[in-house]
Ligand binder design. Structure first.
Ligand SMILES: Cc1ncc(COP(=O)(O)O)c(C=O)c1O
Length: 325
């Protein structure tokens, strides 16, 4: 967890006998400045914070036009969108079909598969998968790992495109972020969504439970956006540590298949054997360096998802997995 922001969060307990600000300020403007360093004043009215992205996923899907729902083009993706669509009575379409949907949700980069679409591919996917009047929800929670230039590659930078799509086809594009990953604060609950227009933002606010983002989380966010050293380390170290981990595991297990873009903070691995994957999960957990099974949730039991971590932790993992050989 970034330390200055952790300190700000801890100090904010002192003010927690008050309600948090209902307008989420100044944290919301600080996040807007982080997303759009020069245009934040014109963009911030499209932004709203939530109690984790999970709250906002649920709110946007509740607001969405009813009918069909479809996931992104990858064989699996983070399941919260599907769960929310099912709970709200949508007809679920498969990822591989050609039918446009009333609501289409794409996780980019895709957790867990590690696939990533560049902006032109993303726009082409929206064009051929969303019905006029529909919603496209693009989850960019893992996109800021891309590089220092992440903003230029993000859909958040595409205001004119988003406006034109809404004006010409009534398609509403939402860009969802969970901030609990990049800034290691899952317990604090922090997410945001960039709406196509300020009216969409106000419509979400209308159905959002008041004060859903608490004082501590707002204080954390307000500070963490200024921690440039933390992000510089993230951009520098993640690809190095990732490559090192892939190389070490690949040389131990030449049959395993490693998926995902170089900049990502996790590795999606097909061990090609369900019992090997299960044993890997058990061994890693026992060694104190847990890896996630692709079985529960994704129903891909030969897969495991390994986090990119400091080389000392990888030593422990490699040592534990030696027992598989
Ligand atoms: C792609 C993606 N989006 C959203 C979330 C939800 O995050 P949270 O509710 O913690 O902000 C997650 C959590 O794993 C995720 O992987």
């Amino acid at each position: 967890m970034p330390s200055a922001a952790k300190q700000a969060a801890t100090s904010s307990i002192e003010h927690s006998h008050h309600y948090p600000p209902a307008d989420q300020e100044p944290a919301k403007s600080s996040l807007a400045r982080f997303l759009w360093p020069s245009e934040f004043e014109t963009e911030r009215d499209r932004l709203i914070l939530g109690n984790g992205a999970s709250e906002l996923i649920d709110l946007v899907i509740r607001m969405a036009p009813r009918g069909t729902w479809r996931p992104g083009p990858f064989y699996t993706q983070y399941k919260e969108y599907e769960r929310s669509a099912r709970n709200n009575g949508f007809e679920l379409l498969p990822f591989a079909g050609n039918d446009r949907a009333n609501v289409a949700c794409l996780v980019n980069p895709c957790n867990p598969t590690g696939d990533y679409l560049e902006l032109d591919e993303l726009k082409a996917w929206i064009a051929s998968n969303v019905l006029p009047g529909g919603y496209a929800i693009i989850d960019e929670s893992m996109q800021p790992w891309h590089s220092e230039q992440f903003r230029e590659h993000s859909l958040t930078s595409q205001r004119e495109y988003v406006e034109a799509l809404y004006r010409e086809q009534g398609i509403s594009v939402f860009v969802m972020h969970s901030w609990t990953k990049l800034w290691c604060c899952t317990g604090l609950r922090l997410g945001s969504v960039v709406c196509p227009t300020a009216e969409h933002m106000r419509a979400i606010k209308k159905i959002q439970v008041p004060w859903s983002v608490n004082t501590v989380a707002l204080a954390f966010l307000n500070a963490v956006v200024d921690d440039t050293a933390y992000l510089r380390d993230t951009w520098e170290l993640t690809p190095l540590w990732r490559k090192e981990t892939v190389d070490r595991l690949q040389s131990l297990f030449p049959d395993w298949v490693f998926h995902g873009r170089d900049f990502l903070s996790w590795i999606w691995i097909d061990t090609r054997d369900e019992s090997v994957a299960q044993r890997a999960v058990e061994l890693a957990r026992a060694a104190g360096v847990p890896v996630r099974s692709g079985g529960p949730g994704y129903n891909l039991p030969t897969f495991i998802r390994v986090a990119v971590r400091h080389p000392a932790k990888v030593d422990v993992l490699v040592e534990a997995l030696q027992k598989l050989r």
